[in-house]
Design a protein around this ligand. Structure first.
Ligand SMILES: Nc1nc2c(ncn2[C@@H]2O[C@H](COP(=O)(O)OP(=O)(O)O)[C@@H](O)[C@H]2O)c(=O)[nH]1
Ligand SMILES: [Mg+2]
Length: 385
């Protein structure tokens, strides 16, 4: 399996006008056929768990009584491929790559008894682009304005509701220099929505019309699992407390945003102990390890500072001890700069796999959708489509 770095490099090259114009054509096809339905979109960065979530969401919808779900032709291929991998092989999807044929997929949902007076069903469409994270992370990049074609901002700002999938493993410390953190990305996005809302003239309220479900993915992991009852705290950590507060103080109307801890794979109940345990194994070993701030070495290169570079000022001290044939290792040796990988992002690793395929129990995958649907029905947003 390719590493995330390989995929990102290829994606950067392929993410060109051709991809966008293909999307644009499709988008026109979809918007032209839209009736009175609500449209829900998905946002998520690389590795946040979008593909896995969307496959398991479909699965959960199929199993749900009182609801019927249909997938358009392209979405069907997406679902069968990924679900087979997850359910029968216990494997996560491969990192999504940009191709010229990046597609918009659509699930159509219909609830029993939801017909209006005219007998027509009030359908919900869940439209999503299973695009790699770059698509979401760098919406303003390069060719967008030049080509004037469909891009992620057009797509998201035409949605009545958005499911945000945030990776709790992606904390600031794990980002490389070129990566934006969630705070930056979300703030950009909110400002863009605001600007588009104002320009559309649909409402004179400066706050956003969209409903937004902020979801922390992978909450099956031990550390997050214990926080599942207080998802707002988990998300405050992930997006940063300023962004978290700005949602309420500046961007969103009070009942139009909510927080969820979700997990596409969930935990499974150990038949012997009855305990709910992690169902994902990392590095082929027993489940558990979590990338976290706590596991970072206490002393890192950043706070050692250049003055402590081995070989620089210390050299003098060592020189004075030359009479001792084998000077004892300085205790400072344990400060040795931690090389490279301390700062990298979570990798897609083939050795990350599902332990008990037959016991996959998604956690909270339907809840964000239900909250969105229920809220939108109660108080429909005014979105210019
Ligand atoms: N523990 C756990 N890990 C997950 C879950 N979903 C995804 N992952 C991990 O996150 C990686 C990226 O998931 P993917 O769906 O490909 O993310 P995408 O890039 O947003 O489409 C997977 O390879 C898994 O290692 C989950 O529900 N639980
Ligand atoms: Mg993907």
């Amino acid at each position: 399996m390719k590493s995330i770095q390989d995929v990102r490099a290829t994606n950067a090259e392929t993410f060109n006008t051709k991809t966008r114009s293909h999307l644009y054509t499709q988008w026109q096809r979809f918007t032209a056929s839209d009736h009175s339905s609500f449209r829900i979109g998905i946002w998520g960065t690389t590795g946040a768990g979008k593909t896995t979530f969307l496959a398991m969401l479909y699965d959960a919808l199929l199993l749900r009584p009182g609801w019927t779900v249909a997938a358009d032709g392209k979405a069907r291929g997406f679902i069968t491929g990924h679900l087979r991998n997850i359910r029968t092989k216990g494997r996560f999807p491969a990192p999504t790559e940009v191709t010229a044929e990046t597609d918009i997929f659509r699930y159509i949902l219909q609830e029993e008894g939801s017909q209006g007076a005219d007998g027509a069903y009030n359908q919900i469409t869940l439209d999503f682009v299973d695009a790699p994270g770059e698509f979401y992370e760098r919406p303003h990049q390069a060719d967008r304005r030049v080509s004037g074609k469909m891009d992620i901002l057009d797509y998201l700002s035409s949605c009545d509701g958005i499911i945000f999938l945030l990776d709790p493993d992606r904390v600031d410390e794990s980002l490389g220099d070129e990566d934006d953190d969630y705070r930056t990305m979300l703030l950009d996005l909110m400002l863009e929505f605001q600007e588009r809302g104002i320009k559309s003239g649909v409402s004179d309220d400066l706050r956003l019309e969209q409903y937004m479900a902020f979801c922390a993915t992978k909450s099956d992991k031990n550390t997050y699992w214990t926080q599942r009852e207080a998802p707002q705290n988990l998300l405050e950590n992930v997006m940063g407390d300023t962004m978290y507060r700005m949602l309420g103080s500046n961007f969103c109307k009070p009942n139009r945003y909510s927080f969820f801890a979700v997990s596409a794979i969930g935990r499974y109940q150990d038949p012997e102990t009855g305990e709910w345990v992690e169902n994902v194994s990392y590095n082929g070993q027993a489940p558990a390890p979590r990338r976290s701030r706590a596991q970072e070495p206490v002393v890192s290169t950043t706070n050692i500072g250049p003055a402590y570079e081995p070989g620089a000022p210390e050299a003098a001290a060592v020189a004075e001890e030359t009479e001792t044939p084998a000077p004892p290792r300085s205790p400072n040796a344990s400060w040795a700069p931690v090389s490279g990988n301390g700062g990298s992002r979570p990798d897609y690793a083939p050795e990350v796999s599902i332990v008990r395929k037959s016991a996959i129990t998604p956690f909270n995958v339907l809840e964000p959708l239900d909250w969105l649907i229920e809220s939108m029905r109660r108080d429909p947003p005014r979105i210019l489509k």
